[in-house]
Ligand binder design. Structure first.
Ligand code: BES
Ligand code: MN
Ligand code: MN
Length: 471
């Protein structure tokens, strides 16, 4: 292991240069104008694997390509599948970036670029730790498979059927994902819960075209007024969601979790300062951490209607639309919620308005058992690299494919975030600390050693292994 750590320490700046190269590629999966760039990112990742001799494929899908690579099987040792994504969120609003989103720039030990932490930098820690093992020791102590996708930021639509059809190929004992955060600077974490998501677009239509708001206003329903009324009805003044049945399947927080969260070092003041608000708001009866990690919610993500240009225009718009999403917790079912939501909106639709509800993507929440030798192995590896044991957290974000991995592969999932909550994911000036990049790479290298000490459950590839399927 010393030789591996030495290699990682000696390549620190070269690894940062490689990350910068990947960050220069504008792989925005939501934007079809960037399809060539998105493909270039897949090829760049594949080249990394080929350079260290892994068997590598770029797999086309109906959307963006998957990159798959594997090291040779190591008989008797566990098999690990690393998942990550090379696609990124759109960089807008561009004028709020201090340095341009696809021109990675280092300031104060952080590398700034779209995708720096989410997920190019975090994903690359595992690629680099594998490189370090191969270049310094000659081989890995266990088999590592990589599955890196290009559609995470748009809902992983084409990955799910791929995983379902390739259970044997992807068979593994543990899935390792670094696409979330540490608890705070200097406090690494293992994440045992994620929220799910149900994302919608509501489109309302009124008159056949935009109208003079003086000539016609007051005599017909304005779609923009209708839209805000419908959206406002989704939550009450206490932050409770009003869609019937919404809370039916929610797994409540355990007393033990609530106690553990209270003991975590985050004050309301620190939290408010970090997001720049003077007061908090959320579902009554829950702390900020509980609201963010373990309670469902609803947020408007985009609103469009009427005149958006300079000055005032007296117009009664013909259409109005909104994008909004619910964050879900275990065991809420996105399909059940879609059904209830549709009825809720239809029942409240004002006269003269037609509605269309587009169901964009959904994924259930995740809860992972901490009673697993893989969790212990990960905690040991993190402590070796970060100099302190991890705390156990849930997080509010979603990684749609995690449930599919657990269900189809029967593997333990390790969510090992190297990012920070203030990394500005999905926002202007996204960053990743180069120290976290380095420590994450070291932790990943230690992880292979720790997991190799565990007994394989005998489902690796190359030995006719089968993914075990839970009912
Ligand atoms: N890496 C994030 C998910 C995440 C963020 C997990 C913070 C934990 C903490 C991921 O790339 C992401 O943004 N997911 C989307 C999923 C959606 C597009 C289906 C999300 O959560 O909005
Ligand atoms: Mn991500
Ligand atoms: Mn993301």
């Amino acid at each position: 292991m010393n030789a591996v750590s030495d290699y990682i320490n000696s390549r620190r700046s070269a690894f940062a240069d490689d990350l910068a190269e990947l960050l220069r590629i504008a792989s925005v999966s939501a934007d079809s104008r960037q399809n060539a760039e998105t493909r270039r990112a897949a090829d760049w990742v594949a080249a990394q694997f080929k350079n260290v001799g892994l068997a590598t494929e770029v797999i086309p899908t109906a959307g963006h390509a998957l990159v798959y690579a594997e090291s040779p099987p190591v008989p008797g040792k566990p098999v690990v599948l690393v998942y990550g994504h090379y696609d990124v969120q759109p960089p807008e609003p561009l004028d709020e970036w201090i340095s341009p989103p696809f021109e990675p720039t280092v300031r104060d030990g952080n590398i700034y670029a779209r995708g720096a932490t989410d997920d190019k930098g975090q994903m690359l820690t595992h690629v680099k730790s594998v490189e370090a093992w191969i270049k310094s020791v000659g081989k890995l102590p266990l088999q590592v498979k990589f599955l890196i996708e290009g559609e995470e930021e748009v809902g992983s639509e084409h990955l799910e059927p791929y995983v379902e059809k390739n259970r044997n190929k992807l068979a593994c004992d543990a899935v390792v994902i670094s696409d979330c955060s540490q608890f705070a600077p200097g406090i690494p974490a293992i994440t045992y819960g994620l929220r799910g998501i149900a994302y919608y677009e509501l489109r309302l239509r009124g008159p056949k075209q935009d109208l003079h708001s003086g000539t016609f206003g007051g005599a017909i329903t304005n779609p923009a007024n209708a839209l805000v009324a419908l959206l406002a009805a989704l939550k009450d003044a206490n932050g409770r969601i009003q869609v019937p049945g919404f809370y039916d399947d929610v797994v409540p927080l355990s007393e033990r979790e609530r106690e553990e969260y209270r003991a975590l070092p985050l004050t309301d003041e620190e939290f408010m300062r970090s997001v720049g608000v003077a007061e908090m708001f959320g579902e009554a009866g829950y702390s900020a951490i509980e609201r963010r990690w373990a309670r469902p919610t609803c947020d408007i993500n985009g609103l469009t209607s009427g005149y958006q240009g300079e000055g005032a225009k007296t117009v009664l718009p013909a259409k109005a639309s909104a994008k909004f999403s619910f964050r879900l917790v275990p065991n809420q079912d996105p399909k059940k919620i879609a059904k209830s939501l549709r009825k809720f909106l239809k029942d409240r639709l004002p006269p003269g308005i037609e509605m269309e509800l587009v169901d964009h993507h959904g994924a259930p929440g995740v809860l992972i058992s901490l009673e697993s030798p893989y969790i212990h192995a990960a905690a040991t590896a993190i402590e070796a690299a970060f100099g302190r044991a991890p705390v156990f957290v849930r997080e509010g974000g979603s990684i749609p494919i995690v449930n599919t991995f657990a269900r189809e592969l029967g593997a333990d999932v390790l969510l090992l975030g190297w990012g920070q909550n203030d990394d500005n994911t999905h926002s202007p000036n996204e960053k990743f600390s180069l120290d976290d990049y380095h420590r994450g790479t070291l932790a990943s290298a230690h992880l292979w050693e720790q997991i190799a000490k565990l007994e394989s459950r005998g489902q690796g590839s190359g030995v006719g292994g089968q993914g075990k399927k839970k009912d």
